[in-house]
Design a protein around this ligand. Structure first.
Ligand code: GUN
Length: 291
């Protein structure tokens, strides 16, 4: 089994982006700038936002974190987003999900200017993605296809099973894997909580992308030999074996590595690729290469 090393590819992409920043500076242009909105004190969200800011600093991007209290009203949050939309300094805006339940997620996502929507969640970007038009691709699916391309994994004509139909991962990656471009051309099945006979579908699949949000959901007996397995899940579970008292596990059981030809590790697989994609989208926004 070969590891799809997201951490390594992330490092390569950061080096490329660093060069882009120095070229921009040579031409007296400003560095790309990412704004992250963090609401409340969800420890996982704080970790993700910190990782995004750290990556920005490493490559010379500017970054701003707007930290807001859990009780913030929707109206006040939308005002913050409007300010970021109107700021000449800011190229990319993300609102770290999940957001508190008294705020409507769609209203917030739709308020971010699609021109600064580097998460690729806005309906204009998703609509353009479906049509194969220039857009900010959603960061996690963009990271997955980059990883598959970097490892030269054959997708044309392959059977791809996507498990999970979220707006931010399962649904968009199912479309990208089936598109008729250099990349894609898979026969895609999108499985979800109501799917029957999941095991027979997964046993028949060449590529399996698991984004169901359930620890160790995909087990060895569900995978055929030499399948390519992409694990989007990340769960923090208590562990007596670790000094920290917890370990990170994915949606895929580690035993699957006995059968898979390629597999993403957790951590160090899809997670860093999501950040890599966010940085690339922020650069595209600053260079106005998409709109
Ligand atoms: N929460 C989990 N994944 C993501 C992501 O890709 N972007 C944002 N903004 N929040 C998330």
């Amino acid at each position: 089994m070969k590891i799809l090393d997201g951490k390594k590819i992330f490092s390569d992409i950061k080096s490329e982006l660093k060069k882009e920043v120095s070229n921009l500076k040579k031409n007296n242009l400003k560095s790309p700038h990412l704004a992250a909105v963090l609401i409340g004190n969800n420890p996982a969200s704080l970790t993700y936002v910190n990782a995004k800011v750290r990556a920005c600093k490493e490559i010379g991007f500017g970054s701003t974190v707007i930290t807001l209290p859990q009780e913030i009203s929707q109206t006040d949050l939308l005002k913050e987003i409007d300010e970021l939309n109107n700021s000449k300094k800011i190229d990319g805006i993300i609102v770290q999900l999940p957001i508190p339940s008294h705020i409507d997620e769609n209203t917030v996502i739709h308020r971010i200017s699609y021109k600064k929507d580097v998460d690729g969640f806005h309906p204009i970007n998703l609509g353009r993605m479906v049509l194969g038009l220039p857009c900010f691709l959603p960061a996690t699916p963009f990271g997955i296809i980059t990883l598959i391309e970097k490892y030269n994994i054959q997708t044309l004509g392959q059977k791809c099973l996507v498990i999970g139909r979220s707006n931010i991962v399962g649904t968009p990656i199912s479309i990208l894997m089936s598109r008729n471009k250099n990349f894609g051309n898979c026969t895609v099945t999108l499985a979800h909580s109501k799917t029957k006979n999941l095991k027979s579908l997964s046993l028949d699949s060449d590529i399996i992308i698991v984004a169901i949000g359930s620890p160790h959901f995909l087990k060895k007996e569900m995978v055929k030999k030499s399948a390519v397995v992409i694990d989007v899940g990340i769960h923090r579970i208590p562990s007596e074996l670790k000094r920290s008292g917890f370990e990170l596990i994915g949606d895929v059981h580690t035993d699957v590595s006995d059968l898979a030809s390629y597999m993403t590790p957790v951590p160090g697989g899809v997670g860093p690729m999501t950040i890599a994609s966010l940085l690339k989208n922020t650069l595209y926004s600053a260079k106005k290469v998409i709109y």
